[in-house]
Design a protein around this ligand. Structure first.
Ligand SMILES: [Zn+2]
Length: 416
């Protein structure tokens, strides 16, 4: 079996970046997004403002727009989530979804695409609908496949939301995606089509559900979403190859999540990645199967009765599991059969399940360990992240630097 590189790993320049925020070695996406978008460190939770949440920092996207470039913002999670918001909005708290969404039409950026809005009518649901405000500001709003595919530069400024939205108004995990859903690569290609113009464009594309899969320690979902993101990178590289003298493509992570590692104590120097081929759904969709079984059995179901669904979702066969594996699964299954409020809340349960659906977590952990993959956290970690670059000023991305430097390198390459 040969090694096949991701497109991002074939890019000519590979660097490394630190990600810490002002108050923590382990950043969140608001502080990391602010660093990438504005070149400033801030506190976790703050969107493109100083750590006190009183001074706004102009973002690279806003500067590019001022200079006459078109701007696009794409994410597989909701479009007012921390990373995309850091490029067009300013707010002391990333949780102010409605207030962040209101700043979307104010930005005047030409293309927003991917997930939807978490609080389209505000926290209490009593505010004017943000989608109506966006339409009122002159945006073409589409949320169906046909409308999306027909979009052309003649449609002007566009907000395009995926026809299918999952938890947190995000795109489905790639492993769960069907034909009724637009891929991250398609959203990216449409952006290139709509934004390309003689004065240039800036586009930020986030594979946000890679992070969510890693929070949930679901290796297969994270791998599949990484490949989907890499296909979006390939779209950018195709554009670069057609316009090599005026394009810069930069790929990085805002932080690592979950402490994902190749290597597990129980498998020593071996890996068994073929085991991962047995997984056919994400933890998110499997949670739904558990929840409907819990409801239909009134929480009194048995793991043995439910196991055919486990086998088809994860490729795990009960008769091939060790006694201790079965015991671990049974414990998690009985937790999952309880209502959320009745589950154990002690530290041991948190370390086992991280607040997620216990049975799904036990299954992905088991499958991942069998494959020789392990995790250290349900949160972000403080390790540095790779940076890949191709195009104008690519050499400046060589070496080891800070995430705030990525902003300065991009701004300098763009003449901002
Ligand atoms: Zn995260």
């Amino acid at each position: 079996m040969g090694i096949v590189k991701l497109a991002m790993s074939t890019m000519p320049i590979q660097g490394m970046s630190t990600t810490y925020s002002t108050h923590s070695i382990i950043t969140d996406s608001a502080a990391a997004g602010t660093a990438l978008a504005t070149g400033n460190k801030t506190a976790s939770g703050v969107i493109a403002m100083d750590p006190t949440g009183t001074v706004s920092y102009e973002t690279i996207a806003q500067k590019a727009h001022k200079k006459g470039m078109k701007v696009g913002i794409v994410s597989s999670v909701s479009i007012e989530h921390a990373t995309p918001a850091s490029f067009y909005a300013h707010r002391p708290s990333r949780k102010d979804y409605y207030e962040l969404a209101l700043q979307l039409p104010e930005s005047g950026f030409e293309y927003f695409a991917g997930g939807g809005f978490n609080k389209p009518k505000g926290k209490k649901g009593d505010q004017p609908d943000v989608v109506e405000i966006i339409k009122g500001a002159g945006y073409t709003f589409v949320e169906d496949m046909e409308g999306f595919r027909k979009l052309s530069p003649a449609d002007g400024k566009v907000v395009a939301v995926n026809p299918v939205l999952k938890g947190g108004k995000s795109l489905p995990y790639e492993i769960d995606r069907r034909d009724d859903s637009i891929s991250l690569a398609e959203f990216t290609a449409k952006g290139v089509e709509l934004l390309d113009n003689p004065d240039g464009f800036f586009m930020m594309v986030e594979g946000g559900k890679i992070d969510w899969a890693c929070h949930a320690n679901d290796a297969v979902s994270s791998i599949r979403d990484t490949i989907a993101f890499d296909q979006a990178v390939q779209v950018a590289l195709d554009f670069y190859n057609a316009h090599p003298d005026e394009t810069l493509v930069v790929v990085t992570g805002d932080h690592e999540t979950g402490g994902l590692s190749i290597g597990f104590a129980g498998t020593k120097y071996d890996t068994f990645f073929q085991k991962l081929d047995g997984q056919t759904v994400s933890y998110e969709d499997f949670d739904l199967l558990i929840s409907s079984y819990r409801k239909s059995t009134d929480g009194k179901g048995s793991m043995e009765e439910f196991f055919p669904q486990v086998e088809s979702a994860f490729g795990l066969k009960m008769e091939e599991l060790s006694q201790s594996d079965v015991a671990e699964l049974k414990r998690a299954f009985s937790e999952s059969m309880k209502g959320k409020d009745d589950r154990s809340k002690d530290q041991e349960s948190f370390l086992l399940y991280g607040g997620y659906e216990p049975f799904s977590m036990a299954l992905t952990h088991l499958l991942n360990r069998q494959a020789g993959i392990s995790w250290t956290s349900y949160a972000h970690t403080g390790v540095p992240v790779p940076v890949s670059a191709a195009g104008v000023a690519q050499d400046s991305f060589n070496g080891y630097y800070d995430n705030t430097d990525i902003y300065h390198k991009m701004a300098s390459a763009m003449g901002l």
